[in-house]
Write a protein that binds this ligand. Structure first.
Ligand code: FUB
Length: 326
């Protein structure tokens, strides 16, 4: 257990953690991150270095309270369809059950999204025997709207394999997009009532510029790369995401959870390390950004640490950009 918790400092120091999905469950903050494995193996643009095998869950009784490690809640050896790379997870609560969603490669090396359940937000989680039918790519984020409808947002370029699904089936030969093509968007699907399957066919979300024109693949400062997250503020849906190769957390807004979304700006400037990945949560009337960087490991991309900081909205609903080391 760590001592008193401070903003912009690693929340967990006894293991490496990344991709924090934070939620308020049972009046506490629960954090569902990736668990980075310490190794000196291959690093490449496919993310081979992110070869994680399990997940831990963490909680904080208050925003400055010590972080509690609830231990290993799921291991790939317990999931029949998984071969490797348990990447960024998320969690949701509905009808007395906690759902843990996680991407991993199946036995054919194709990223899919699995689900596991528990009666406690702290796990451990029992996985379904197969991945969610029709799921693909990475970084699931589940948002439950005020009317109880649940949506899963997902997708990631390069190692996340999103480019390989452009025809609707997996094409292992498909490479990066051309700069003048309309950028591939994140994917959204409505969840079924039991939260274990998709209720409709996953569809692409468009992200538009201020003139209503879809962002292009060459617009690397603004186009979607990975790390989808949705939250609602004053009745507006905020879709936030990483731009990957340019290392920003950006956001776009809409009055519909399935978009289209209009680009609004940056939430987080680049952090130490290649990846940037976040979540946004309201707790006791304040809003927080949970994120990660690689400062604790001296910049090793696959040894990251989760952190948090407060976010502030302007009167017009825009979010003030955070400079993580200012
Ligand atoms: O942690 C593995 C991958 O790195 C995540 O799935 C991406 O979002 C990036 O943070």
């Amino acid at each position: 257990m760590n001592k008193k918790t401070k903003q912009n400092e690693p929340l967990v120091t006894h293991i490496y953690t990344a991709d924090p999905s934070a939620h308020v469950f049972e009046d506490k903050i629960y954090i569902y991150p990736s668990h980075d494995l310490e190794h000196d193996g291959v690093s490449d643009d496919d993310g081979t270095q992110y070869r994680m095998e399990d997940y831990h869950v963490f909680s904080m009784d208050d925003i400055d309270a010590p972080v509690v490690d609830h231990g290993q809640v799921l291991h790939m050896n317990d999931v029949p369809w998984v071969s490797t790379q348990m990447w960024a997870p998320d969690a949701a609560y509905k009808n007395g059950t906690y759902y843990f969603y996680f991407p991993a490669k199946d036995k054919d090396g194709i990223f899919r999204i699995g689900v596991a359940t528990s009666k406690s937000p702290a796990g451990p989680f029992t996985p379904e025997p197969n991945y969610i039918p029709g799921s693909f790519s990475i970084d699931p984020a589940v948002f439950i709207d005020d009317d109880g409808k649940a949506y899963m947002y997902f997708g990631g370029l390069w190692g996340g394999q999103l480019e390989k699904w452009q025809t609707g089936t997996f094409n292992p030969e498909a490479g990066p997009q051309k700069p003048d093509e309309v950028a591939l968007g994140p994917i959204v699907a409505t969840m079924s009532d039991d939260m274990l399957t998709f209720a409709d066919t996953p569809q692409e979300i468009k992200i538009l510029d201020e003139n209503g024109t879809p962002l292009l693949a060459g617009d690397e400062d603004r186009r979607f790369f990975e790390a989808a997250w949705v939250h609602k503020y004053n009745g507006t849906y905020y879709f936030s995401y990483s731009t990957g190769s340019t290392h920003y957390i950006c956001y776009a807004t809409s009055d519909n959870p399935k978009g289209p979304f209009v680009y609004r700006g940056r939430i987080l400037e680049p952090v130490i390390g290649w990846t940037t990945h976040h979540s946004i949560v309201e707790f006791k009337g304040k809003w927080y950004l949970f994120y990660h960087d690689a400062s604790l490991s001296g910049g090793i991309d696959h040894r990251r640490s989760i952190k948090f900081t407060e976010i502030k909205y302007n009167e017009d609903g825009t979010i003030q950009t955070i400079h993580p080391y200012a």
